[in-house]
Write a protein that binds this ligand. Structure first.
Ligand code: ATP
Ligand code: MG
Length: 506
């Protein structure tokens, strides 16, 4: 239960309680952070991790309890104060300004001045380039953030924190949730460098294998309470799961063999040209049956997201043929695709999936309002019962559906977006990384719902970067590499090796 005596305590949270209206987010939590170590914090969606981090970063004040740094009590008046005391945070949600460039975003709020007044733009660009190079990222600092993919935005978010000087504690709240394997390796190298410099890292992630690799100490929260802590060297993944959810949980992998059904969707030679020349998708052909779950596997940049987007009507310039129930269709508008029964759960749920100022309930019913109109007036009873069902089925931790969406934890916001698309009663459901940011227990819930929908006849295309997940839940898997289809596997052929080999085929 106790840390090595050799490790030096850097920051300590003692007896922290945080109450929000209707919720006790943290209940008398102790948390210890050691210098030169990766201090992991884990727990289910809504367990209180981000809340504790916001308190340590000076963004929120605790209702009760105190923080100590280097043995002395500290009060953090705000983020600037925390930054001045050497605490930096990489947020779970992306906080970049899309219309500004990378360099502008990096230094926002703490611009360097020349002669005390001018913004030193050249210096920002230069410094940005340096930090990006350190992260092995060759983006141009002048690129507007709106042009970046989610993973790239996450790298900029990380880079931004590294501009802070004299850092002692660096909080990483799910830094890898949209990073590719190669990008994760770069981040891990950076973490090792920072550790060597004596920084204390606080690391939050739902990727358990990652935690086992990079972590030194682990603290588990459940329902706002501290339930366990230990050295990573003493524990294993089942220990984590047991402490997080209260019992052992396994991803069930018994994929029942399904009987062929009629074809719902057929795609022939789908091709999408890149504006910069070359192809994003090239001659992709496959079919999807009623009630079938087809996984789409591939590395970052293989064209998986673009394939789903094209089917949703977001790339009207795409070439090739698409047949829905035998009839040719042109996926040239999102509106039409929705009417035809397509729904896309986007990868960037934060930005594309939610309307921030609205309530949880309104966010959920936004895209399916048509269903709830009865003779031109809104049947709030029907609407409320659907919302209640989704909140229950997806175990969304929300004290009241009328609360603003931003009062939910990151993972629970993701579940709201998934729930919202499920309410549209789709015929063809396109899922882009549905389990991202969702805890192990909730993952199983989400996939059970996906399976249930398939059993009810919904056809599903599932993009996931997690091999185990895609193997466990797909009836068949197609693999993309560089925009081309490089493999299609089912039954005995559906193995990790086959997928990995096909994903690196040229
Ligand atoms: N501003 C707020 N107003 C009301 N409740 C809030 C607010 N912020 C967080 N909460 C609640 O506090 C609890 C803890 O949320 P927190 O964001 O800390 O969870 P988390 O462990 O980070 O989860 P996740 O893995 O989903 O990111 C949740 O029940 C959440 O709904
Ligand atoms: Mg969180």
């Amino acid at each position: 239960m106790h840390a090595q005596p050799s490790a030096e305590l850097c920051l300590q949270a003692k007896g922290i309680t945080k109450r929000y209206p209707g919720t006790v987010a943290l209940d008398n939590v102790d948390f210890e952070v050691y210098r030169g170590k990766v201090n992991v914090l884990i727990g289910e969606n809504g367990a209180g991790k981000s809340t504790l981090m916001k308190i340590i970063a000076g963004i929120e004040q605790p209702t009760e309890g105190e923080l100590r740094m280097n043995g002395r009590p500290v009060k953090l008046a705000g983020t600037r104060d925390a930054a001045a005391k050497g605490i930096g945070i990489i947020h779970q949600e992306l906080n970049l300004f899309p219309n500004m460039t990378i360099a502008q975003n990096m230094f926002i709020g703490r611009e360097h001045t020349r002669y005390g007044m001018l913004l030193d733009h050249d210096r920002h660009v230069e410094k940005t380039r340096d930090i990006l190079r350190q992260l092995e990222c060759d983006l141009d600092p002048h690129t507007p953030v709106s042009r970046l993919k989610v993973g790239q935005q996450q790298i900029v978010e990380i880079a931004k924190t590294l501009t802070q000087s004299e850092m002692q504690v660096l909080i990483m709240d799910e830094p890898t949730s949209s990073l590719s394997t190669a990008e994760v390796e770069v981040l891990f190298k950076l973490i090792r460098d920072l550790k060597a410099k004596g920084l204390a890292i606080i690391y939050i992630s739902h990727r358990l294998e990652e935690i086992m690799r990079i972590g030194d100490y682990i603290t588990v929260l459940r329902d706002g309470k501290l339930v366990a802590r230990d050295e990573i060297a003493n524990i294993d993944i089942p220990w984590i799961v047991r402490n997080m959810v209260g019992h052992d949980q396994v991803l069930s992998t018994n994929r029942p063999k399904r009987q062929p059904t009629e074809e719902v969707l057929r795609v022939e030679n789908l091709t999408l040209r890149s504006p910069e020349g070359g192809f994003i998708l090239k001659d992709v052909s496959f079919s999807l049956q009623k009630g079938e779950i087809v996984g789409i596997y591939g590395l970052m940049g293989a064209g998986r997201t673009e394939l789903l987007e094209t089917l949703m009507g977001l790339h009207p310039e795409a070439e090739g043929a698409v047949y829905l129930e035998g009839k040719p269709i042109k996926p040239t508008s999102v509106r039409n695709q929705i009417d035809r029964g397509f729904a896309l759960v986007p990868e960037d749920r934060q930005r594309q999936g939610l309307v921030q100022p609205l309530s949880i309930a309104k966010n959920m019913t936004l895209s399916s309002l048509g269903k709830y109109f009865r003779r031109l007036f809104l049947s709030s009873k029907l609407e409320n019962s659907s919302i209640a069902r989704m909140i229950q089925n997806l175990y969304i931790k929300a004290p009241d559906p009328k609360l603003p969406i931003l009062s939910l934890s990151g993972g629970n916001q993701q579940k709201v977006v998934i729930g919202k698309y499920l309410l549209t009663d789709p015929k063809i459901l396109l899922l882009d990384e549905p389990s991202r940011g969702i805890d192990v227990g909730a993952k199983a819930d989400v996939f059970n719902i996906i399976r249930q929908l398939a059993a009810e006849g919904v056809s599903i295309l599932l993009v996931s970067s997690e091999l185990k997940e895609i193997l466990a839940y797909s009836d068949r898997v197609i693999v993309l590499s560089g925009g081309r289809l490089t493999g299609e596997f089912q039954d005995d052929q559906l193995t990790e090796n086959n997928l990995v080999n096909a994903s690196s085929k040229k």
